[in-house]
Design a protein around this ligand. Structure first.
Ligand code: ZN
Ligand code: ZN
Length: 131
């Protein structure tokens, strides 16, 4: 039996492409990684080789890992006053547009419909499921 290395080689030219998931921007198949550490290596390689700013995320659709530009990570902190439906403190976004871009991302990735509202206790914005 031929033994194959299970180590992911991020410098390999033929990175595996997803046949289920496509970039919403370009329509091209996304690179797919079997694990977070593999995706992290892929991101590190791309970031140093192409001066990009990619971060791994786990896909809700295929359960594997893809890379996405950092700008999808909207800055947020945890609100000390507001508790979400899951019993955890809610993310507090500094600006309404940060909250809105996060809602856009979640709508695309998780098919959830969220609305932005101003926190009644703090300076910032929260997301809540649309009724
Ligand atoms: Zn996927
Ligand atoms: Zn709050």
């Amino acid at each position: 039996m031929k033994r194959e290395s299970i180590r992911w080689n991020p410098s390999h030219n033929k990175r595996p492409k997803s046949n289920t998931c496509f970039s919403p921007r370009t329509g091209k198949p996304l690179s797919v990684y079997p694990s977070h550490s593999a995706a992290k290596q892929g991101a590190d390689y791309a970031n140093s080789a192409y001066d990009s700013n990619l971060v791994p995320y786990q896909c809700k659709k295929c359960r594997k890992w893809h890379l996405s530009p950092q700008d999808r990570h909207t800055p947020s902190s945890l609100c000390p006053k507001c508790i979400g439906a899951n019993g955890r403190r809610k993310s507090l976004y500094k600006t309404k547009s940060d909250a809105a871009s996060r809602a856009d991302i979640l709508a695309k990735e998780q098919q959830v419909d969220l609305t932005v509202y101003q926190c009644p206790h703090n300076r910032g914005w929260h997301l809540t499921k649309a009724q």
